[in-house]
Design a binder for this molecule. Structure first.
Ligand code: GLN
Length: 194
């Protein structure tokens, strides 16, 4: 199994470390030619969604990746990655892949609470550490989207089919459970029973 990590900008190296801790190999996607090899899942890291969206388009990665996500490639978006996947962003008129039935709010915690740490329940995992950095939250979910975690009444993690998103950064703490959760989705997609 190999996971592609979008490495245009932001916190991609931390995801690589998390995957290597659970024995999963990964490679960085920076150029279109990297998409010639096959891979089993995609991680879109935190960073700046407008910058990543612009680079994805400029480097011609946007259409092929969107196509793969729509055909069922498991994808995990953290923070800016969540915004790239959302069909609607409440306070931004630009959307990007727009494949997941969620309405997100960008930089939703304002200046005071720009960054914070908490511990909260994640469905089927339990209490986990959650680090938020100028994070979005999910205002509402639609279609078949399942809510996986909420903090103070705001949705911060969700799943719809092959797509998993978190508003927080699981790659910035030592807890591997959300990455394991994603790898389980990838294995199920590949038909590996665990
Ligand atoms: N504020 C960033 C954005 O709007 C997201 C922050 C993050 O990924 N940590 O894209």
């Amino acid at each position: 199994m190999r996971i592609g990590i979008l490495a245009l900008q932001g916190a991609f190296a931390e995801h690589e470390k998390m995957l290597s801790c659970i024995g999963v190999s990964s490679f960085e996607i920076r150029q279109r030619k990297k998409l010639e090899q096959s891979f089993d899942g995609l991680i879109i890291p935190g960073g700046e969604s407008t910058v990543q969206g612009k680079l994805l388009r400029e480097l011609n990665l946007f259409d092929p990746l969107k196509e793969q996500i729509l055909s069922g490639l498991p994808v995990f978006g953290t923070c800016a990655g969540l915004l790239l996947l959302a069909k609607e962003i409440k306070n931004d008129n630009r959307v990007h892949f727009a494949v997941m039935n969620i309405t997100a709010v960008r930089n939703a915690y304002g200046r005071q609470l720009g960054s914070f740490y908490t511990e909260s329940e994640f469905k089927n995992i339990g209490k986990i550490p959650m680090t938020f950095i100028r994070a979005p939250y999910i205002e509402s979910v639609h279609g078949n989207t399942e809510i996986l975690a909420s903090v103070d009444g705001k949705i911060v993690a969700a799943k719809e089919g092959n797509m998993l998103v978190t508003a927080f950064h699981p790659e910035l703490n030592n807890d591997l459970s959300v990455h394991k959760y994603f790898i389980k989705m990838v294995k199920e997609h590949k038909g590996i029973h665990i």
